[in-house]
Design a protein around this ligand. Structure first.
Ligand SMILES: [Zn+2]
Length: 144
């Protein structure tokens, strides 16, 4: 079970220009990490940050209505209440190249930079390949 964040602060807008929220601690770490990446010539942008339990329910409902099975959906979306995005500390990242939220992200320079440096800002990849939770590989999902 992932508790919903109790303290959230507005961060920048995501790549679709939607406003994002995260915890003040996550915002501080994200801003320092993004600035350090930029210094190294690496672009990292936000696709998603905090998501409420209600929002996660809507997401799954929409996919069910679109004809997907619950098994298919739960391989890529956590059960409401179990997404790390509820905590306000998990971020989905993109390098501006290609489609966001695809494994192609792992082929880019930004991903390599994150693997080398994200730990300095207390970020780690939650769902590496063949993870213990049976969640699909998510090279774009980093939590602090
Ligand atoms: Zn994520």
């Amino acid at each position: 079970m992932q508790p919903e964040a109790t303290e959230l602060t507005p961060a920048e807008n995501d790549i679709f220009d939607r406003p994002l929220l995260m915890t003040p601690g996550a915002l501080n770490r994200w801003q320092r990490m993004k600035a350090a990446a930029a210094t190294d010539g690496i672009t990292i942008a936000l696709v998603s940050a905090y998501r409420s339990i209600d929002y996660q329910c809507d997401l799954i409902r929409e996919k069910l209505q679109a004809g997907k099975t619950i098994e298919e959906i739960l391989r890529v979306n956590a059960i409401p209440g179990y997404s790390e995005h509820h905590t306000g500390r998990a971020l989905d990242l993109h390098d501006g190249l290609g489609m966001p939220l695809t494994e192609a992200f792992a082929q880019g320079e930004a991903f390599q930079w994150l693997c080398d440096h994200a730990h300095q800002y207390d970020f780690s990849m939650t769902y590496p390949r063949d993870n213990a939770w049976g969640i699909n590989y998510e090279p774009w999902h980093w939590c602090c």
